[in-house]
Ligand binder design. Structure first.
Ligand SMILES: Cc1cc2nc3c(=O)[nH]c(=O)nc-3n(C[C@H](O)[C@H](O)[C@H](O)COP(=O)(O)O)c2cc1C
Length: 286
């Protein structure tokens, strides 16, 4: 037995969830674009794929907001400036992918919010994500507007005009090693998948996260706290108050011990305590 759904009998939400949970896993395009005012934007899109090799065409679809019907910054920028880059998201950047999907204002640069690094493109103005092992520079080929209601898609097709691929992930025949690419993909709900070892859940922040730019430089440089852990820290809405007993207990500890303690608090999702340790690290003279 199979259950049938005629989409015209269901609301947008149901159809959307059927699509994203059934059409899966979907690869994730980390798309960078620039506005006419030169504001840089970065956002993830998983209605994404390649559509032809001659010319080499990629496509992805920024929908009109399901709540407000408004166009996303990525769509507005590409309509205006006709260029973009796509970087493939890997497992080290899942937290940053999720953080960058917060609805930051149009002039906010999500590279700053996620702590990711801009690398200059050769043929287009938008930069790409340095931390990604596989990026593409693209020029707009066409936009197909798929409706004008909330959640209507806008299929953006782009011609790839340049690839940037890390030497470490590609072999002498120019084939990318999937283990080394370590791509992540998106499924329904909060599910993602690591191509090389399967499903895991990662919940999107419920509010606009503070971003990497509110984490002190010393912690951003930590060799112990990973980018995914920094993403969890910087997903809070505002800096939590100091937790007095944690502060008093660890005051005077060595920087390297504090980093380990901070990591453990993040793992236990005790973010108030993790931020208290951040304050101690920030105050320390090491
Ligand atoms: C992994 C992931 C995939 C996403 N895929 C899409 C998508 O295919 N289409 C879409 O409209 N929004 C998608 N989103 C939501 C957008 O990233 C989000 O609306 C973001 O704020 C858009 O940013 P922008 O306005 O800067 O373009 C996705 C979010 C995540 C976390």
């Amino acid at each position: 037995m199979k259950k049938q759904f005629n989409p015209s009998n269901y609301d947008i939400r149901t159809n959307y969830h059927l699509m994203i949970s059934g059409i899966s896993p979907r690869p994730i395009a980390f798309v960078s674009s620039i506005s006419l005012e030169k504001d840089v934007n970065l956002a993830p899109y998983s209605f994404f794929n390649g559509f032809g090799a001659n010319p080499p065409i990629v496509g992805f679809s920024p929908a009109l907001s399901g709540r407000t019907g408004k166009p996303k910054d990525t769509l507005l920028n590409i309509q205006d400036t006709k260029e973009f880059t796509i970087s493939i998201a890997n497992s080290k950047m899942v937290g940053q992918v999720s953080l960058s999907s917060c609805e930051y204002k149009r002039n906010v640069d999500e590279f700053t919010k996620t702590g990711l690094t801009k690398e200059n493109s050769t043929f287009v103005k938008p930069p790409f994500v340095k931390e990604s092992p596989f990026s593409m520079e693209c020029k707009l080929y066409d936009i197909i507007h798929l409706g004008n209601k909330p959640a209507s898609g806008n299929l953006i097709l782009g011609e790839i005009v340049n690839f940037h691929i890390s030497n470490d992930i590609i072999d002498e025949k120019n084939i990318v090693d999937p283990h080394k690419l370590d791509a992540i993909s998106r499924l329904g709900g909060s599910w993602y998948s690591k191509s090389k070892n399967g499903l895991f859940e990662y919940k999107k922040p419920r509010h606009i996260g503070l971003g990497f730019d509110s984490i002190p430089e010393k912690i951003l440089k930590s060799k112990i706290i990973t980018a995914n852990e920094l993403s969890i820290l910087s997903s809070v809405e505002s800096k939590p108050d100091i937790v007095a007993n944690v502060y008093n207990k660890y005051n005077g500890e060595k920087m390297s011990n504090l980093e380990i303690v901070c990591k453990k608090f993040i793992e236990k999702d005790e973010l108030d305590s993790a931020w208290t340790i951040i304050s101690l690290i920030n105050e320390s003279s090491e």
